[in-house]
Design a protein around this ligand. Structure first.
Ligand SMILES: Nc1ncnc2c1ncn2[C@@H]1O[C@H](COP(=O)(O)OP(=O)(O)OP(=O)(O)O)[C@@H](O)[C@H]1O
Ligand SMILES: [Mg+2]
Length: 317
């Protein structure tokens, strides 16, 4: 199912938080909405789900209009056939894993083969053995899997994920990224994923939509956004960027600490060093600007470092 948001705006108490948004989410793609806190990511998801009413505009699911202010159309959330996975899991503490997943089906009185369907969803998220436990008896990652099972059990056309991994530790987060990708691909479902973690966005998405203050800053494939940012905001928000001036930057991996023919040399001084395991991250003072470079060896603070820049790889705005 594709989703088409046309000229959508949303105001709270006369403050416009979404401004004339035109956003198309392609069928069966994994689309990530990426942007800083408060830019409107959750608001967009909630409007798609029908949990929030836009102030103006139209929303289409395929050719079906689910919201239009002019036509007075507003399909209620339970009729939109969408799954929602929340940041804080939002499980019922007094219900077992099985009953948490069955809840949505019972609420819709859609109880045919309920046992089989719930077990199937629990197996898909590898929680088949946990059906009789309560949420308090599960780890964070297991609770979030219950959240996924609950979102997929109704066989939705689209699943919305609102920062589902932010409460998990780094290793578990990595595992769950792979799992979410596997599950959504297997289900052949359209996925809209919200995060403010750029690594998460780049590693998971078919398409990234960068948002800034309630409007789209840039959208495209992860590689496009990373290699060809169209604005300084996108360049700074995704990946590391070293700035030559306000309108020109390069990615650290396109430059070198060793002399290279045809590259232009810049003299810098080491300001700080961080050990990252596979290498060291150097913080360099390049005539008042702070650059980041990676190095296989440690440098002393205050030492001089030459950075060789490939001018073909400089992105200008
Ligand atoms: N119910 C509400 N009443 C008033 N203002 C709201 C309400 N919900 C959200 N806002 C405002 O709308 C803007 C967008 O909020 P939203 O929750 O969509 O941001 P977000 O991008 O999801 O941020 P975060 O990354 O922190 O979750 C914010 O300025 C927020 O304060
Ligand atoms: Mg949010």
């Amino acid at each position: 199912m594709f989703i088409d948001m046309r000229n959508i705006s949303k105001s709270y108490d006369k403050v416009e938080v979404i401004k004339d948004l035109n956003l198309k989410i392609e069928d069966k793609e994994f689309t990530t909405l990426l942007g800083p806190s408060g830019c409107g990511k959750t608001t967009i998801l909630r409007m798609i789900a029908g949990l929030e009413t836009p102030t103006a505009g139209e929303i289409y699911f395929d050719d079906k209009c689910v919201f239009s202010d002019k036509e007075g159309i507003n399909v209620p959330p339970e009729k939109r056939n969408i799954g929602f996975v929340f940041q804080d899991f939002a499980l019922w503490p007094h219900l077992t894993v099985f009953e948490n997943v069955a809840f949505g089906l019972r609420a819709r009185r859609d109880t045919k083969n309920i046992e089989e369907r719930v077990i199937h969803a629990l197996k898909a998220v590898r929680l088949g053995e946990y059906r009789d436990r309560y949420p308090s008896q599960l780890s964070g990652g297991q609770q979030q899997r219950v959240g996924f099972a609950r979102a997929i059990v109704t066989r939705p056309d689209c699943i919305l994920f609102d920062e589902p991994l932010s409460a998990l530790d780094a290793i578990l987060r990595d595992e769950m990224r792979v799992e979410i990708k596997r599950l959504t691909a297997e289900l052949g479902v359209t996925a809209v994923f919200v995060t403010h973690d750029q690594m998460e966005a780049m590693s998971m998405s078919d398409r990234i939509v960068v948002l800034n203050k309630g409007a789209i800053e840039q959208q495209g494939k992860p590689e496009e956004i990373y290699q060809r940012p169209r604005t300084p905001f996108t360049a700074k928000f995704i990946g590391k960027s070293n700035w030559l001036d306000q309108n020109a930057m390069f990615r650290p991996e396109t430059a070198s600490l060793e002399k290279k023919d045809g590259y232009k040399v810049y003299r810098t001084v080491v300001d700080g060093v961080q050990f990252l395991g596979e290498n060291y991250q150097l913080y360099l003072d390049a005539g008042g600007k702070q650059w980041i470079m990676e190095s296989p060896c440690r440098y002393d603070i205050g030492s001089d470092v030459s950075v060789y820049i490939n001018e073909d790889q400089i992105v200008t705005f």
